[in-house]
Design a protein around this ligand. Structure first.
Ligand SMILES: [Zn+2]
Length: 444
């Protein structure tokens, strides 16, 4: 039996995590319980996934801020997951890709389209003014796609890109040819044109981010107090600096030099995060990127972003998460943040446990490490007291409220038989996690 003595002391770390409130894990519970759970797991900063600005839950942002948790607005800069905010005529902004349309579930929008830029600037600055965000993550500014021109999603070949390509390189009249090896413009044959094209793609990303942050009506003008985080990619391939430029138009140093962000994020590219047994030390392979940023901005905090469970084969447990955080700090990173909180292996494997307990004379509030199965959590026979009795149990996500009568301070509460809520997970390949033993809690 685990014996805990508790009062209302909260554990704080110096750690950050992505929260995407669109997942089922965050539905049908109070915003306060979401905040309680994130804090109970040692995070004092969140990056809130904002797939459409109009859908931002202001009460969730406020609840985090009220609880002393910094909130970054995480927005995607090369397209949208949700089309609900897009205005009439948005179809003209779509990227034109080599063979296939957008990857499933995502609509790529071209940053060379000035109407898209103006709309995105307005969306972002309005959201930053409406909510008390600490900063903004300008996520995924890359052009498609890994591994370069061979990808069916490679692009963009829209009219706005052609105009901008010609403007940037006078004398250029057309895109390189990516289909016909016999063409004199074929990318593998016409090196001069292809190199200009690669340079143009990198410039597209840098100019876009600079405009969004520092341009007229941009974030710094409209929302001067908001911290800016630019993003680029990390990818473990030989000659990664030039491959990232060539394949995904990513040049971290060029972004940082021009945009002058407060923080730079190196996002783990998907060919790395999908690996089953990714070494927690894997960011060592990103040293050339890290060093390239250091060279242009010697004191900027650099953060590593990683994925902890978008696929069932690569869900990371708390041991791995601690190891990657420790390894990154040793390499000079200011920290790590993970996509996404409820995707980690701990949600599938760790039993529920009490991390905090309070008693105000009538109600005992129990904060758990994770969301609970409501049927068992509401069953009063799972609780017993050394003095008085439990009349009623109410559950709110990871928080249980026990209405008690006749109880004295210093009482001992025994909790048993609870399990987590497996129905709220992304994958349903493991049974619910049950408390292995009763927990005995002395409540001060
Ligand atoms: Zn385009």
């Amino acid at each position: 039996m685990a014996i805990l003595a508790m009062s209302c002391v909260r554990a704080f770390g110096d750690r950050s995590i992505i929260v995407d409130p669109s997942y089922a894990y965050y539905k049908n519970r109070s915003v306060e319980s979401i905040v309680e759970e994130i804090k109970a797991n040692g995070y004092d900063e969140v990056r809130l996934c904002c797939t459409n600005e109009s859908g931002i839950d202001g009460s969730l942002v406020k609840a985090f801020v009220d609880a002393g948790v910094r909130v970054w607005m995480l927005t995607f800069t090369n397209g949208v997951y949700s089309r609900v905010d897009l205005p009439k005529g948005w179809e003209a902004w779509r990227m034109k890709l080599r063979k296939k349309p957008d990857p499933a579930g995502f609509t790529m929008l071209c940053p060379n389209n000035l109407d898209y830029r103006a709309w995105k600037k307005q969306q972002v600055t309005a959201a930053l003014r409406a909510h008390p965000f600490h900063g903004i993550d300008l996520a995924e500014p890359q052009m498609p796609a890994y591994p370069g021109p061979e990808s069916e999603h490679y692009g963009c070949f829209c009219d706005a890109c052609l105009e901008e390509f010609k403007r940037l390189y006078p004398g250029v009249t057309r895109f390189p040819d990516f289909e016909d090896p016999e063409s004199e413009y074929f990318w593998k044959k016409n090196k001069d044109l292809y190199e200009k094209w690669v340079g143009f793609r990198v410039a597209t990303v840098v100019n876009w981010l600079d405009d969004l942050v520092n341009g007229n009506g941009g974030i710094r003008e409209k929302c001067p107090g908001v911290k800016i985080a630019t993003w680029s990619l990390g990818l473990d391939v030989p000659d990664q600096l030039s491959k990232l430029r060539e394949w995904q138009a990513m040049d971290a140093a060029a972004i940082v030099r021009r945009v002058k962000p407060d923080v730079h994020v190196i996002q783990t590219d998907w060919p790395d995060w999908i690996k089953d047994n990714l070494d927690p030390n894997y960011a060592a392979a990103y040293k050339p990127i890290f060093d390239s940023v250091r060279q242009v901005a010697p004191s900027i905090p650099i953060i590593l972003q990683t994925d902890i469970g978008s696929k069932p084969n690569m869900r990371r447990d708390t041991h791995w998460i601690k190891a990657v955080e420790t390894a990154a700090r040793k390499m000079g990173y200011a920290g790590v943040f993970h996509y996404e909180y409820h995707l980690g292996e701990y949600i599938y494997s760790d039993p529920p446990t009490v991390v905090n307990a309070c008693f105000d004379g009538n109600t005992i509030k129990l904060v758990f490490n994770k969301r609970l199965d409501p049927a068992q959590a509401c069953n009063v026979s799972n609780y017993s007291l050394s003095s008085g009795r439990v009349d009623f149990a109410r559950v709110d996500g990871n928080v249980i409220y026990l209405s008690v009568s006749g109880a004295m301070r210093g009482l001992v509460l025994t909790v048993s038989g609870l399990s987590d809520d497996a129905s709220r997970r992304l994958y349903h390949d493991k049974p619910a996690c049950v408390m292995p033993d009763p927990i005995e809690i002395t409540i001060e």
